[in-house]
Design a protein around this ligand. Sequence first.
Ligand code: FAD
Ligand code: MG
Length: 282
Amino acid sequence: MHKITEKERLNEEMTRIEVEAPLVADKIKPGQFIVIRMHEKGERVPLTFYKKDKEKGTVQMIFQKVGKSTTELDTYEEGDELLDVVGPMGTAADIEDYGTVVCIGGGVGTPEVFPVAKALRNAGNEVIVISGFRTEDLVVCESDFDKGCANEIYITTDDGTYGREGFTSDVLEELIADEDTSLDLVHAVGPPIMMKVIAEITEEHDIDTRVSLNSIMLDATGMCGSCRVEVGEQMKLACVDGPEFDAHKVNFEELMQRITMFEEQEEEAMERWEEENGGCCR
Ligand code: FAD
Ligand code: MG
C-alpha cells in the first residue's frame, strides 16, 4: 500500500498528489512514468512523475480529471492509500548538453516536462520553456520554472487571459524567426495535436525534436500492445520503447485515432461510477 502524503487541488481540472513509493523515488528518471492502481477493481493508470524526494521516499504526480479513474483518484485524500504504485516504467529521456533546448508543455504536459527541463538545465543547456493552457485558471507550475531551471519562460493561453494569447507553437515560430537564437533541440509533451503541429514546424527548420506519447496503455510492460505507435514506419510500443520518440517519425494521425478507440466504454464506466457514488464520493 502506498500512502498519499500530500494532496493539493491546483484548479478545477488538475490535482497534485505525493505518494510514498521509496523504491520508485530511488530509481525514477526524467521522462519515465509510473502506473497506479487505486484498489483491486481499479484500472491501471499511467502517470508521469513530476517531482521526487529520495530521502522522504516519495514521488509526486499532477493529474488531470478526464474520466472515471482520474475522477475517482481525485476523491482520495491525504492519508488514504493506493494499492499499487509501479515504476519506473518506460525509457528515461536522453540528457546531454545539446546547446539551446526548447521544452514545450501543453496543459498537463507541463508538469510532465518539468523534470526533463530541470535535468537539461543541470546538464548545461540553455533551456527555454514554453507552456500553454486554455485559460488563466488552468496555469500550473510557472513558479517551478522560475527557480533556476529555465533561462526563459513563456506562458500562453488560448484565450489570452494570461501570458501571451495563442498557442505554444506561435512562440516557437517566433523563436525560430529570431536570428539571435539558434535552437538545437525541442522536447514537447502535450495533446497529440500540439505535438503534431510542433513536429511539422521543426521538421521544416531541421530542428531535432522529441515528443512523449501518451497512447493508451493497459499493462504498460510491453505485453498487451495497446499502446503501439508507428514510428518511422516501424511498430513501437510506447510503454517500453518510449514514451519518448523522434517527433519527425511519429504517425500522429494514427495516434490520434487510437487514443479515442475506447471512448464509448470510458463514458459508460464514468456513468456507472457516478451512479454508484452519487457523483461525488468514494
Ligand atoms: P477515461 O475516461 O478512461 O479516458 C479518457 C481519455 O484518457 C481516453 O480517451 C484516453 O485518451 C486517455 N486514457 C484512458 N485510459 C488510458 C490509459 N490506460 N493509458 C493512457 N491513456 C488513457 N495524465 C495526467 O493527467 N498526468 C500525467 O502525468 C500523465 N502521464 C501519462 C504518461 C503516460 C506514459 C501515459 C500513457 C498517459 C499519461 N497520462 C497522464 C494520461 C492518463 O493516463 C489518462 O488521462 C488516464 O488514464 C485517464 O483515465 P480515466 O479513466 O480518468 O479516463
Ligand atoms: Mg478509464
